[in-house]
Design a protein. Structure first.
Length: 141
């Protein structure tokens, strides 16, 4: 009886492990890996699929960073964590006026075409702002 219970538990554990795919084991197209390696030589990343694109999360020069590529390896955007001091004043004022709550993370986003925007995470929602700090939109994480 104990053997049957042990085997059932072992089987269940193996089955669950099969469903939980590690982000680092995500199959990433060779073109995407090559583009990332060219831009960030020798950097290890955790890969995630986001809206059909591939996002590499990593640390660059001690700063939490992510880079998003399409399936052909074309860079879409990079997102870099920034301090609250580097976040635009107009965006801070908007957050305070709307009483959105405490900011848990702030980031600077640079699109492939050079367009800059900023992001503040508040209560599992990302608030996006343009380069001057004007509110653009909010999206759930």
């Amino acid at each position: 009886m104990k053997t049957k219970i042990l085997l059932a538990g072992l089987f269940a554990g193996i089955s669950l492990a099969g469903f939980a795919q590690s982000k680092s084991s995500l199959p990433v197209p060779a073109a995407v890996k090559a583009a990332f390696e060219h831009q960030y030589p020798g950097t290890k990343a955790k890969w995630e699929k986001e809206d059909g694109n591939y996002e590499a999360a990593f640390t660059s020069k001690g700063v939490k960073t992510s880079a998003v590529y399409d399936k052909s390896g074309k860079l879409i955007e990079t997102e870099t964590a920034i301090s609250g001091d580097a976040f635009p004043k107009a965006a801070k004022d908007y957050i305070a006026q709307k009483k959105l709550g405490p900011v848990t993370e702030t980031a600077k986003i640079i699109k492939a075409d050079g367009t800059v925007s900023y992001e503040a995470e508040i209560k599992k929602t990302d608030y996006l702002f343009d380069a001057k700090g004007a509110f653009l939109r909010a999206q759930k994480d």
